[in-house]
Design a protein around this ligand. Structure first.
Ligand SMILES: Cc1ncc(COP(=O)(O)O)c(C=O)c1O
Length: 375
C-alpha cells in the first residue's frame, strides 16, 4: 500500500507517526548519517553493500540489489525475466498501480485477476488466465501476508512461467518457513518511508538467488554500465538506492524483527477487541504455513464511509486502499474486467493505524470508537 498523503497532525491516533519514529532512533540515525557525510559516502559505497548483504540474509537469498523504488525493482525483474512486447504478465487488480505500471513499461500486457478474501491472488483465477502468451506472474503479498504460493507455483511450473514477487508490503512475512522475496525468480521490496522498513525517501530492492537477475538489476539501475569495465551493456535507468538511504535502512533493519513482533501483537489486540463487532470482517491471521508481518491491518465493513467519518470525528486517522478499481482510472487504459471480490473490497476496506509507534492504548481507543459506532 502506498501511504502517499498522510496527515499525521492533529489526530489522537495518527495513522503513522514519523516524528516519534525518528525521536526513538535519533542517536542511531544521526550517527549513520554523520558517518556517511563526513566520509563523503554518497554513491555506491560500503553502506550500500552492507545493507544489501544484510537484507539478502534477512530474506534468505544470495543477492539483494538496492534500487530507488519497488516500482523499479519490479520493472528490472521483469526485464531480467525476458518479459517484453507481445508477452502477458498476470497479476491482481487489487494492488498499488506500480505493480501494473511496471508491466506496461516493460512493454507487456497486464492481465488482471481477482483476489480471495485474504486480499491475495486467487490461484484458480490465475490458472484460468494463462494463455500461450503468458510469460510471468506477479503475485502481490498484500498487507504483510504471503500469497498461496504452493498453488501459484504449481500453475507456474505447469506452464513454465517466471514468478516475480511483489513483496513491497511483505518484508519479514513467512510462508512454510521461507521468507517473502525468496519464493520466486525475484522478490521486489519497497522502502518507502511508511513501509515496515522505511527510509527517508523512496527506496527498494530486488532479491534473488539468480546471479543473472542480480547482475541485470545492478546494470540497469546505473544506466546500464558495468562499473568494473566502463562498458554500457544496456540502455538503463538512473535508479540507484542512495548510499545515505542504505545507511539509514541498515540501522533500521536491526530493529525490524522487534517491530514485526510489535505489529503482530497490535494485530492480536485488534482482533481480540473487534471480533464479532457489527458487520466487521477481520483480516486473516497466520494459519497453516503462514506467519504474517502486518504491514497493514485492514478491516471490512458495509458501512465504510460512515465508519471512516466517525473515526475522523473521534480523532482516529484511517486510510482506504483502494476505493476505486484500477480499471476505472481511465488514464491507465486498462480494459474493463469483471472481478467481483476486488470490486467488493474497494467498497469495504479500511486500514487501521499500524506501525512500530502504534501503542496498545491507541488500539484501545480505536476499539472504543468502533464499538460506539456499532452500538
Ligand atoms: C503492493 C505494492 N507494490 C508496489 C509498490 C510500489 O513501491 P514504491 O513506492 O517503492 O515504488 C507499493 C508501494 O506502495 C505497493 O504497496
Amino acid at each position: 500500500m502506498s501511504v502517499h498523503r498522510e496527515k499525521h497532525e492533529g489526530y489522537r491516533v495518527p495513522f503513522v507517526d514519523p516524528r516519534e519514529h525518528y525521536r526513538r532512533l535519533k542517536s542511531e540515525i544521526d550517527a549513520a548519517l554523520s558517518d556517511a557525510l563526513v566520509n563523503g559516502d554518497l554513491v555506491l559505497r560500503q553502506q550500500l553493500r552492507d545493507f544489501e548483504a544484510h537484507i539478502a540474509e534477512f530474506v534468505g537469498v544470495r543477492y539483494a540489489v538496492g534500487v530507488n523504488s519497488c516500482y523499479h525493482a519490479l520493472h528490472f525483474s521483469l526485464l531480467a525475466a525476458g518479459v517484453g512486447p507481445g508477452d502477458e504478465v498476470i497479476t491482481v487488480a487489487h494492488t498499488f498501480v506500480a505493480t501494473i505500471s511496471s508491466i506496461v513499461h516493460a512493454g507487456a500486457t497486464p492481465v488482471l485477476v481477482d483476489v480471495r478474501d485474504d486480499f491475495n491472488m486467487d490461484p484458480d483465477c490465475l490458472a484460468e488466465a494463462v494463455t500461450p502468451r503468458t510469460k510471468a506472474i506477479i503475485p502481490v503479498h498484500l498487507n504483510g501476508r504471503v500469497c498461496d504460493m504452493a498453488a501459484i507455483e504449481e500453475v507456474a511450473s505447469r506452464h513454465g512461467l517466471a514468478i516475480i514477487e511483489d513483496a513491497a508490503q511483505a518484508l519479514g512475512a513467512d510462508y512454510r518457513g521461507r521468507r517473502a522475496g525468496s519464493l520466486g525468480l525475484a522478490g521486489c521490496f519497497s522502502f518507502y518511508p511508511f513501509k515496515s522498513l522505511g527510509g527517508l525517501g523512496d527506496g527498494g530492492a530486488v532479491t534473488t538467488n539468480d546471479p543473472g537477475v542480480a547482475r541485470m538489476a545492478t546494470l540497469l539501475r546505473f544506466n546500464g554500465e558495468d562499473r568494473e569495465t566502463g562498458e554500457f551493456h544496456y540502455h538503463g535507468y538512473t535508479a540507484l538506492l542512495d548510499n545515505i538511504q542504505a545507511a539509514v535502512l541498515d540501522v533500521k533493519l536491526r530493529h525490524l524483527p522487534d517491530w514485526i513482533t510489535h505489529r503482530r501483537r497490535i494485530a492480536w489486540q485488534y482482533s481480540d477487541l473487534l471480533r464479532g463487532v457489527g458487520d466487521l470482517v477481520l483480516p486473516p491471521f497466520d494459519g497453516e504455513g503462514y506467519t504474517d508481518s502486518f504491514q497493514n491491518y485492514v478491516i471490512r465493513t458495509g458501512r465504510r464511509h460512515a465508519l471512516r467519518e466517525y473515526f475522523q470525528i473521534n480523532g482516529v486517522e484511517t486510510l482506504a486502499h483502494w476505493t476505486k478499481p484500477i480499471w476505472q482510472h481511465s488514464g491507465l487504459g486498462i480494459d474493463r474486467v469483471r472481478l467481483p471480490v476486488t470490486e467488493r473490497l474497494c467498497q469495504e476496506v479500511i486500514s487501521l493505524p499500524m506501525s512500530a509507534e502504534t501503542t496498545p492504548e491507541h488500539v484501545d481507543i480505536i476499539g472504543d470508537v468502533i464499538r460506539r459506532f456499532f452500538a
